[in-house]
Structures are given as C-alpha cells and as structure tokens.
Design a protein around this ligand. Structure first.
Ligand code: GAP
Length: 504
C-alpha cells in the first residue's frame, strides 16, 4: 500500500484510476491482508475478465488469424544455462544507488529523472554518476549521500530439489522470449512451417525491479505477450505491406530528434522507410500491425508514438529497437518494444546447448539462421494503458470507462427496474437467454441510477432494463453507456441486435 500512497500524491487522474481499480476489484496489491510487497498484484473478478479479453484479442490477432504463426506455453523456471546463453546473467542489469544513511536503494536513472525532470533513456552508468555528482542529488527520504552507482541483476534465482548448489540453480524467466528460442527446433519440426514464420507466447515474467512504480506499470511479477518472427536475413525487406498501411501516419521520435532534443514528428511509415528511419521492411510491417492492434483495442492514436532506441540504450541482443510509447500521466513511456534481435539468440543457444538451431531451406539447399523481429508487450501495462485511455467523467463527475465492447469485462447489464418478483422473473428469463451467447451480468439491488453507474464504471457498453411495459408488450429499454441514450426494442430481436452492436 506504501507504493499506492506514493502514486496518490502524484497525479490526479492516476489517483482516480488506482482508486477505481481498488474500489471495483479490478487490480489490487497481492497478499493485502498481510501487508503486501511492492510490485505484486492480484486481479479481481472484473480485472481477470479484462485481462483475458486483452490476451484473447492479442492471441487471435497474432496467432489464430494468421497461418504462419503458431503458439507455445513454456515453463516459468528455467535452467541457468538458458539465461547465461541469452546474456541475461551478465547483462540484465539496472543502475542502483544506496543511501549511506538510511540504506534505501533507488534506481539511479529514475531518481535523476524525478529530480531533474529530464529523460534518462539510454544514459549509461558513468553519466548517471556524473549527473548525481554535478547536481548533488541526495536521498529523497533522509537527505543522505549515495554510494557510487552499481549495477543490479534483475533476475530472481531459486534452487530446485533438496540440494543447493550450482547444478540446482535455476531462474524465474525475466521474459517469455527465451522459451521460444529454446523450443525453436522442436516446434519447427512439428509445425513444418517455412520462413518467414512466427512463434508466439503469453505468460508470466518476473523481474526483481529495484523500485516498482506507477501501480502495475512496473511490477515484479507481470505477464508478457511476445512474438518472435523468424525471417531469412537476406529477405528482411520482402514484407508485403498494403498501400493504405504504408500511408498510415503516426508520431515518430527518432534517434536524431532525441539527440537534437526536438519534439516527435508525425510521418507516414512509407516516408520512414524511404528515408531509412526504419531499418527494414519487416520491422515496419510489425510496427504497423501493432499500431493497428492498439487502435483496435481502443487506444487513441494521438496518445501513441514510436520512439527509436538511441545507440547506448539498445539491449545486448538488438540491432534496432522501436518502443511504442503511450502518453501516460507521468510522460511518454513504453507500452511495447519492437526489436530486431538478429540471429543473436539462436546462435547463442546453438553454442551453449550444442544443438544446432537453424532452418534448412529445401529450395536453396542450405541452412539458414533466421533473423528475428520481436514485438513484446506487457499485459498489465496494456491493461493500465486501456484504463487510462478509457477513463472518462461526465459533467456531474460520474465516471465511465469508454471501453470497446470487444474487451469490456461485461458486455451487457441485465437490470429489472425494481426488485419486484414479476420484474425479476421476466429479467431472469432475458438474462438466461443472453448469457449463453454474450458475457452479461444481472443486478437487481439498489436504485436503477446507481446500478447504471456501477456498470458504467467498469465499462459495460450496454444495459437492458426490464420494466412494467415489458410485461405488457415484451419490449425492453436498451441503454448506451457513453451518451446514456435509450431506445425500446423487442425481446425477440434482442440477442441478434446485441451481437451486431458488440461486433461493431
Ligand atoms: N523480450 C523483450 C523484452 O522483454 P522489455 O522491453 O524488457 O523487452 C517488453 O519488455 C514489455 O514488457 C514492455 O514493453 C512492457 O510492456 C513489459 N514490461 C517490462 N518490464 C515490466 C515490468 N517490470 N512491469 C510490467 N511490465 C513490464
């Protein structure tokens, strides 16, 4: 709760969203009754539906709707060699400082960002130290001096079995991606796919973040939705991109703009490719696809931008990375990263395991080690982004979430006008009929206005009210969430009409 209190003092809109999440049981700190540990959260009944809807939507878009992408679900705890090979044991670090007086530890880059109000993206350990010295930055809690900036590895370790030694050392995965690389050979054999093809996964990842913050934005246990798309390195520009998609415009924040300290600019993907701002066509293809996906789940495009990683910031495995940033109440930050991982991971795992991870091209009669484009998205971060983007207030201060019907936790609220037996009986009939086809909820307690508000707050797009007129002519009131418009429709055509509205 300490962490939530910190957020409360920070941003008004964010306070309201955190309060909504707690009040309506969307997401809340885990192990709350024992005093929670920062960075761990549980989903309540509304949150779990929203999470599943986001994941299912992603899975359909990435896996089910394409014939060249397959899914896997890998183990969470992996032998240490996996993470040695991937480079995480040596390089998956964040900069850390400790207060010499109160011994609180901080992530150095975040500390400086907060003190100086400038972005620390891509700033190395040496420069961070220089900034702390130059600006005489002290511990925000007690005013004490800091130790030198050190690096801190973010992986959680565990020992498996009864003996604790090097052989039993395993790691909780800090990203889902590596399981795709370690499963590459078997999945390629069973799926018989040809290049280019992809493997996707949704699942938990664990990072021992130094200072988890901004509610679920940076937590220690979270879920990722990751795609590794394998391509012949000689065909990185062979992607077919539709004309309309190429003409799509969005904000770009290139390396050059960041170096010159100028604002992001709007441009088309076509322009970004022509000017070689985006390195390869397959990279552009996946940037466009995910820009479309975020829009399809309701995120306003003016709140999104692609930011290119500056050279000093690139992960050890990446030759080019674009973050899809969202304009959060605390500034533009990454919701998704799209990296060109080259052949780094397959080569490393081939080397460390002795098992060759390559693709045999029947036509050209040669082995290829594919390059990989990796779009990687956090589930919680996407969910938080959706909540922030959808959060709306009416003139009188009442809250509603402007969620797309496709991801709304409940699509229809079925409400008898009053808790009277004859109305409840009729309403139950309507609910029983709808609930087999569409996710609905039934509520008869409290005034109708309060019930509408309760469902508005969790983003339920439609409410169906059963009143005394229903008993006479078998019609119900259909209420729309955003403009509160109401219309009268026949029960006989209700499920058809609702399906149409939800599909829209
Ligand atoms: N496989 C590449 C990879 O893991 P990343 O940029 O470290 O790249 C990808 O993470 C996405 O995972 C981020 O864009 C973010 O949405 C999510 N993510 C990363 N760290 C997170 C954390 N501590 N809490 C919540 N989400 C996180």
């Amino acid at each position: 709760m300490e962490e939530l209190k910190k957020i409360e003092g920070k941003e008004n809109k964010m306070d309201k969203i955190v309060n909504l999440c707690l009040r309506r049981g969307i997401l809340f700190p885990s192990n709350e009754i024992y005093g929670s540990m920062a960075g761990f959260f549980d989903y309540g009944p509304v949150g779990v539906e929203l999470k599943k809807n986001i994941e299912n939507n992603w899975w359909k878009f990435v896996v089910n709707d394409r014939d060249n992408i397959v899914g896997i679900d890998g183990a969470l705890i992996n032998v240490s060699k996996v993470w040695k090979a991937s480079g995480h044991v040596d390089s998956f670090n964040d900069p850390l400082v400790e207060c010499k007086k109160c011994h609180l530890r901080f992530r150095a880059d975040q500390l400086i960002e907060e003190e100086l109000k400038i972005s620390m993206d891509g700033v190395g350990v040496k420069q961070l130290q220089e900034l702390i010295d130059k600006h005489k930055i002290k511990c925000p809690k007690c005013g004490g001096d800091f130790t030198e900036v050190q690096v801190f590895n973010l992986m959680f370790k565990t020992h498996v079995g009864a003996i604790e030694n090097d052989a039993s050392l395993m790691y909780l995965r800090p990203e889902t991606a590596q399981l795709i690389f370690t499963d590459f050979k078997r999945v390629l054999a069973v799926s018989r796919k040809k290049l280019p093809f992809g493997m996707a996964q949704i699942g938990k990842a664990f990072r021992n973040e130094i200072s988890p913050r901004n509610f679920v934005f940076r937590s220690r246990e979270f879920s990722q939705m990751e795609l590794e798309f394998f391509i012949n390195p000689e065909k990185m520009n062979d992607a077919e991109i539709k004309e309309d998609d190429l003409k799509t415009e969005c904000f770009f924040y290139t390396q050059e703009m960041q170096e010159k300290n100028i604002k992001h600019e709007k441009m088309s993907f076509e322009h970004a490719l022509e000017k070689k701002i985006i390195g390869t066509k397959w990279h552009a293809y996946w940037m466009i696809e995910f820009f479309k996906w975020f829009k399809s789940i309701g995120i306003k495009p003016e709140n999104l931008r692609f930011r290119q990683h500056v050279k000093t910031e690139l992960s050890h495995y990446s030759s080019e990375t674009w973050d899809l940033d969202y304009n959060y109440p605390w500034g533009w930050k990454e919701v998704e990263g799209i990296a060109n991982r080259t052949d780094f991971d397959l080569k490393q795992h081939s080397k460390f395991s002795g098992d060759e991870l390559s693709f045999f091209d029947e036509k050209e009669k040669k082995k290829i080690i594919p390059f990989v484009i990796e779009p990687s998205t956090g589930v919680e971060r996407t969910l938080l982004t959706v909540l922030i983007d959808a959060y709306s207030e009416r003139e009188d201060g009442r809250v509603f979430l402007d969620l797309k019907a496709s991801i709304a936790p409940v699509k229809i609220a079925v409400l008898p006008l009053m808790p009277k037996e004859e109305l409840e009986k009729k309403a139950r009939g309507v609910f029983d009929d709808l609930k087999n086809k569409i996710v609905c909820d039934y509520d008869s307690s409290g005034s109708i206005g309060k019930r509408y508000s309760r469902f508005d707050e969790i983003g339920t797009p439609f409410a169906v009210t059963i009143d005394y007129q229903t008993l006479e002519d078998d019609t119900v009131t259909l209420r729309y969430r955003n403009d509160m418009r109401q219309e009268r429709i026949k029960i006989s055509g209700l499920s058809e009409k609702m399906k149409e509205l939800i599909d829209e």
